[in-house]
Design a protein around this ligand. Structure first.
Ligand code: FMN
Length: 366
C-alpha cells in the first residue's frame, strides 16, 4: 500500500498514529508505530520546551525511523479571557471542585507553553515531521521549518481550511472529520462557521482531495483496515488514527480513559467546550453533563483548559474518570488493547485482504 504519503514521509504503511496531547502519546507509543512502519506522532502541545526536547530524545533512543511532533497553533491575535469570564467559569467549576474536596477558585496556573519556543526546539532537533492543528503558523515559521528540512502537516476540518493550508505551503493536509476524537482543528474564527464545520470524514475527504494538490490524510472514525481502505478509496493518501491507539499498552492514557474507551458504544461521545473552551469530542461523563447547559458561559481556550487543570489532575490521582477529559472518537468500539505494532499490522493486513477481495469481485463480475 504505497501512496504519495508513504513516499513523502519515507514510511512503509499509510498510517499515522494521531498526536494525542496530554499524556496518551508517549515516546514508546510513537516509536512502536514508527518501528511497525507507520508514522508515530507525539502530541507535544502542552509540553514545556525542555520536556519536549527530552521527549524527542526519548523517541530517538527507541527508533531510527521517521516520527512526528504535533503542536497547537495559537490564535492571532490571541484570545484573552476577561475577568468576568474567569469569575463565571470559576463559579461553574466550584461545585465540581467541592465534589472532589478541592478548594474553590484556585489561582490560574501561569501560561507555560509558548508556540515559538516549542517550535525552536522542533527546528533545532530537526524532527522529521511537524504536524499542527488550530491554525496556520506564520509565514516565517513555515519558512524556518522548510529551511530545516522538516515536513509540515496541517489540520483542516473543511475544504476552505484545506485550501488555506495548501496555499500556505504545507506538505500534507489532515482532513479531520466530525467523527474524530479530541479537539476540533477548526480555525476559521467564526462560531457559526465552527458549528457547521462538523463535516463527516466520508463527505470531507473526497471534496478536499478534489481541490488540494498535496497528499490528504483522512482522520476521524478510522479504526481498522476497513476504515483505512475506505479512506484510500475516498482519495486520501493515508489515515491518521487516534482512538484506535488509545488503549494500547504503550499509550499513556489514564487507565480509566483506556477502560472507558474499551467499553464505549458508538453513541457515547459528544462534542463539548466544557474542559478547554474549544470544541472537542469525548466520552460523555459527569463533568460534561454538569456543564452541558452552561457551555456558552465557559472561558475561551486556553483559559478554560488552565482553569479545569486542578480538577482533571485531582481526578486522575484518585481514579475518578467522571471528571477526566475522556477524548475519543465515534468509532471507539473498534479500539483494542493490543500492542501498537499489532494495531498497525492488523490494520494493513485487513485493508490488503479487503482490497484483494474487491479485486476478485471485479474479476467475477459481481
Ligand atoms: C485523546 C486524543 C487527543 C488528541 N489530541 C490531539 C492533539 O494534541 N493534536 C492534534 O492535532 N489532534 C489531536 N487529536 C485528534 C487526532 O489528531 C485525530 O484527528 C483523531 O484522533 C482522529 O479520529 P479518531 O480518534 O476517530 O481516530 C486527539 C485525539 C484524541 C482521541
Amino acid at each position: 500500500m504505497r501512496t504519495a504519503l508513504t513516499r513523502l514521509l519515507g514510511i512503509e504503511h499509510p498510517i499515522i498514529q494521531a498526536p494525542m496531547a496530554g499524556g496518551p502519546t508517549t515516546p514508546a507509543l510513537a516509536a512502536a508505530v514508527s518501528n511497525a512502519g507507520g508514522l508515530g506522532t507525539l502530541g507535544a502541545a502542552y509540553l514545556a520546551p525542555d520536556t519536549l526536547r527530552r521527549a524527542i530524545a526519548a523517541v530517538r533512543t527507541l527508533t531510527d525511523r521517521p516520527f512526528g511532533i504535533n503542536l497547537f497553533v495559537p490564535e492571532t491575535p490571541g484570545v484573552t479571557a476577561t475577568a468576568e469570564q474567569i469569575t463565571r467559569a470559576q463559579a461553574l467549576l466550584n461545585p465540581l471542585r467541592a465534589e472532589l474536596g478541592l478548594p474553590p477558585s484556585p489561582d490560574m496556573p501561569p501560561q507555560a507553553d509558548s508556540f515559538a519556543d516549542q517550535l525552536a526546539v522542533v527546528i533545532a532537533e530537526r524532527v522529521p515531521v511537524l504536524s499542527f492543528t488550530f491554525g496556520i503558523p506564520a509565514r516565517e515559521h513555515l519558512d524556518a521549518l522548510r529551511a530545516a528540512g522538516i515536513l509540515t502537516v496541517g489540520t483542516a476540518t473543511t475544504v476552505a481550511e484545506g485550501v488555506a493550508l495548501a496555499r500556505a505551503g504545507v506538505d500534507a493536509v489532515v482532513g479531520q472529520g466530525s467523527e474524530a476524537g479530541g479537539h476540533r482543528g477548526t480555525f476559521v474564527p467564526d462560531a457559526a462557521y465552527a458549528e457547521r464545520a462538523l463535516v463527516g470524514t466520508l463527505a470531507l475527504i473526497p471534496q478536499l482531495v478534489d481541490v488540494v494538490r498535496v497528499p490528504v490524510i483522512a482522520a476521524g472514525g478510522i479504526g481498522d483496515g476497513r476504515g483505512l481502505l475506505a479512506a484510500l478509496a475516498l482519495g486520501a493518501a493515508g489515515a491518521q488514527m487516534g482512538t484506535a491507539f488509545l488503549a494500547c499498552p504503550e499509550s499513556g492514557a489514564h487507565p480509566q480513559h483506556k477502560a472507558t474507551v474499551l467499553a464505549a458504544a458508538d453513541t457515547d461521545t459528544m462534542i463539548t467546550r466544557a474542559f478547554s473552551g474549544r470544541s472537542a469530542r469525548g466520552i460523555v461523563n459527569h463533568f460534561i453533563e454538569a456543564l452541558r447547559v452552561y457551555e456558552a458561559e465557559v472561558a475561551p481556550f486556553p483559559a478554560q483548559n488552565a482553569l479545569t487543570r486542578d480538577i482533571r489532575q485531582a481526578a486522575a490521582r484518585v481514579d475518578r474518570g467522571e471528571y477526566l477529559s475522556l477524548w475519543a472518537g465515534q468509532a471507539a468500539r473498534l479500539a483494542t488493547a493490543r500492542p501498537a505494532s499489532e494495531v498497525v499490522r492488523a490494520t494493513v493486513e485487513q485493508a490488503e485482504r479487503l482490497l484483494r477481495q474487491l479485486g476478485e469481485m471485479e474479476e467475477q463480475g459481481v
